[in-house]
Design a protein around this ligand. Sequence first.
Ligand SMILES: [Zn+2]
Length: 232
Amino acid sequence: MKPDGIPRFLLLCLCAALTFFALPWETGAEDVVYSCSTVGKKIALTFDDGPHPTLTPEILGILAEYGVPATFFVVGENAEWFPGIVKAEAEAGHEIGNHSYSHANLKKECYGEICREIDGCERAVWENFEYRTRLLRPPGGCLSDALVQAAGERDYTLVCWSVDTRDWAHTPTETIVKKVLDSAEGGDILLFHDYISGGSPTPGALEILLPELLRRGFEFVTVSELLESREK
Ligand SMILES: [Zn+2]
């Protein structure tokens, strides 16, 4: 059929539909949380890549010692290996977030694989004790339009960080402590890891940072609590 033969109304509808579906899905700053503008000195500790059979319990012990809540972004495969530790995190009042099933670089994956990674981690946590993850931290903080789309469809909030302690690179404890104490502000999201091979500076840094940040008037909250306290 020649275009002239298509009624003008249908042509307009067709053009509108093509334009809508052809629009690129822009990954903008509004799609991802890096920090929050909050009233007061609320701050969120986050731990990625766990659970780890010994490091995670050690960190849980330090958090309990100071009565500090945190958010654990777990890897689905690790959650399947150590379900009891994930359960212990939740039972201690910590928040559980989704860090993909296999710690894949989701920026390089197609939409279908991204969905499988998100859903696989969510399932690993849910089947353990019916806890539904709501926060998604992409491995490496690597983002893509397809990832933003998949997260949005599943009602996930994408969460990165405002302070990277670089504990994953075996940064010396004193360097981590100095960086956090020099830069921490209310509304910050601090990135730590509870799965680091070859020795971790994280427990040592926490033992110094937690009492000092409390002394300075910071209030530790989970990421969801930080989001809820956002200034309107
Ligand atoms: Zn990670």
